[in-house]
Design a protein around this ligand. Structure first.
Ligand code: CA
Length: 421
């Protein structure tokens, strides 16, 4: 059997409408890797670059047969890394990335796929899409509700159903792939596949060398609108004897492109550099996670918020209750004048007043205007004030019930009493 070896190249472009590159790409003679980061300008590049940084550690560490295990472990490790970053800095919550990876073990490829980045194979002049997009529109195509052509222009074509989000529910697809001599493999972000039709991709990928192919593919994406970052990672299987003098990667070293090459830090993103005109329309990238349920950390934060709120209500309520129990008023209790502690109002299920003391002063004995006041409740400043009000009521009542002696008019004075004719 002929021994095969892998030529490789990687190329990226920020595109015509975005101000930063959230794609990351990596290519070596054992690993082709691409990640399309999402989650806003501050985090998408962090997600893709960290994923690539973690996953590319498997480069060259495999022997025939164990590549798929290694790749699975690496993808899981990258996912945990994103989870750790999100836990450490909630500002980057919601960031995520697609993953497209092919790990060469010397005989075959271990392949990982997650999201809407794509893997294509060009074999004998025929282009085949190896990956199936984890997107909403692909699910509609699968159900026969729209055609692949309609999916290309669907308003929600960027909506992902799966991505690497740093959560436990990672659903990457893994498979083995046995290459043939002459095969060309293309990993690309949706910045290419959204802009360029498969026929044009096939033509460009058939160029005389994979470096020319990469340049042509990026050029076609920009010519098609360049609405998104565009990244291509290309590998070509060549017979080992043919290897050497015309390596596509001239210096034989791995290539790292995009956000991973820029080593982004989310907190260092300069928002002034972000092209505001690129966000005037509804940006499909902003909608990519719409169908996802809230993450566990958002849930935890909501619980914490509710507990704090309930605590504040509890503390506030306790102080309010304490205050209410230092208030006094005079009102009726069982037909008698009484001093109440609390406030002269009730809340549903809560009583805010209680009788402090009941006097022997009957309500019916009070002067009529005082009777009405007591029935409605007479506010007091404190207990002593309430007792003074009771003393006043008692005095007025006694005065009312005591017959007043009629003064004897002095001679020469006129009484104010009206004279009844
Ligand atoms: Ca993209």
């Amino acid at each position: 059997m002929t021994r095969l070896t892998l030529r490789y190249t990687a190329l990226t472009d920020v595109g015509l409408r975005r101000s930063n590159n959230q794609d990351s790409g990596y290519a070596s003679d054992h690993l082709l890797l691409l990640a399309d980061g999402m989650g806003g300008a501050a985090a998408g590049d962090l997600a893709s670059s960290e994923a690539v940084r973690v996953i590319r550690r498997v480069d060259g560490e495999t022997s025939p047969g164990d590549a798929l295990d290694h790749l699975t472990d690496a993808v899981d490790a990258a996912n945990r890394r994103l989870g750790d970053l999100i836990e450490a800095d909630p500002a980057v919550e919601g960031m995520g990335t697609t993953i497209e990876a092919m790990l060469w073990d010397g005989e075959k490829f271990a392949v990982a796929h997650l999201g809407d980045s794509r893997a294509y194979l060009l074999r004998d002049g025929t282009l085949t899409q190896l990956s199936v997009d984890h997107t909403f529109v692909q699910s509609l195509v699968d159900e026969g509700r729209i055609t692949p052509e309609e999916a290309r222009f669907h308003p929600h074509r960027s909506l992902l159903l799966r991505a690497m989000l740093g959560r436990d529910d990672l659903e990457a697809e893994y498979s083995w792939l046995r290459p043939h001599a002459g095969d060309r493999y293309l990993l690309c972000s949706d910045g290419l596949s959204d802009m360029v039709e498969d026929a044009a991709i096939a033509a460009a990928l058939s160029a005389e060398s994979i470096d020319v192919a990469a340049t042509e593919l990026v050029r076609l994406a920009l010519e098609g609108g360049g609405a998104d970052n565009v990244t291509v990672v290309i590998g070509e299987m060549v017979e080992a004897d043919d290897d050497g003098s015309d390596l596509s990667c001239a210096d034989g070293r791995p290539q790292l492109v995009g956000a991973a090459a820029a080593n982004p830090q989310s907190q260092q993103v300069d928002v002034d550099l972000i092209d505001s005109t690129a966000h005037v329309d509804v940006d499909p990238e902003e909608l990519r996670y719409a169908p996802r349920p809230p993450s566990r950390w958002r849930f935890v934060r909501w619980i914490a918020f509710l507990l704090v709120l309930l605590g504040l209500i509890g503390v506030g309520g306790w102080y309010a209750y304490r205050w209410s129990q230092q208030q006094y008023f005079v009102a009726e209790d069982g037909g008698y004048v009484a001093i109440y502690r609390g406030v002269n109002a009730d809340l549903p299920l809560i009583t805010l007043k209680e009788v402090e003391s009941r006097t022997d002063l009957e309500l019916d004995e009070l002067p009529s205007h005082r009777r009405d006041q007591v029935s409605g409740g007479m506010e007091a400043d404190n207990l002593a004030d309430a007792e003074r009000i009771v003393d006043d009521l008692r005095a007025e009542t006694e005065q009312q019930n005591t017959p007043t002696p009629t003064p004897t008019p002095k001679p020469g004075t006129v009484t104010a009493e009206p004279v009844t004719p």
